[in-house]
Write a new protein. Structure first.
Length: 128
């Protein structure tokens, strides 16, 4: 179980670092600071939540294999809850959420969702 979590955590971290580098380079090209739109907290939050959700999925695998999909969907709901509770109020301080602010959360969220989905499929197919 520890090995599965470690492999998932490392692969997710590497993926997020690569995408963060691309995201940061794009923002640099557009003369937008990476500190302006909570980019770093967003990547860190998405990583930690994805890792936590994966740990929960691994722990529930043996007893509740048939419910893993619902737990996964619940985890996605929690991520959006975190966004609306913590990130959205900060983004809306000026009245609107800019595209850069939205992308600051959505890019790491979608990447984590893709990686989590891939590993959930492996879990459901008993390949882990």
């Amino acid at each position: 179980m520890i090995k599965q979590i470690t492999v998932f955590g490392i692969k997710l971290l590497v993926s997020l670092c690569i995408v963060f580098g691309i995201h940061s380079a794009l923002l640099y090209y557009l003369n937008i600071s990476i500190f302006q739109n909570l980019l770093i907290p967003s990547y860190i939050t998405n990583y930690l939540l994805a890792l936590l959700i994966f740990i929960i999925l691994i722990k529930l695998k043996k007893k509740y294999l048939d419910l893993l999909g619902f737990v996964f969907m619940g985890g996605s709901f929690v991520k959006f809850g975190v966004y609306f509770i913590f990130f959205n109020p900060i983004f809306k301080q000026n009245g609107t959420v800019s595209p850069q602010e939205a992308m600051a959360f959505l890019v790491p969220y979608l990447l984590c969702l893709i990686v989590e989905t891939f590993y959930l499929i492996k879990l459901l197919n008993n390949k882990m």
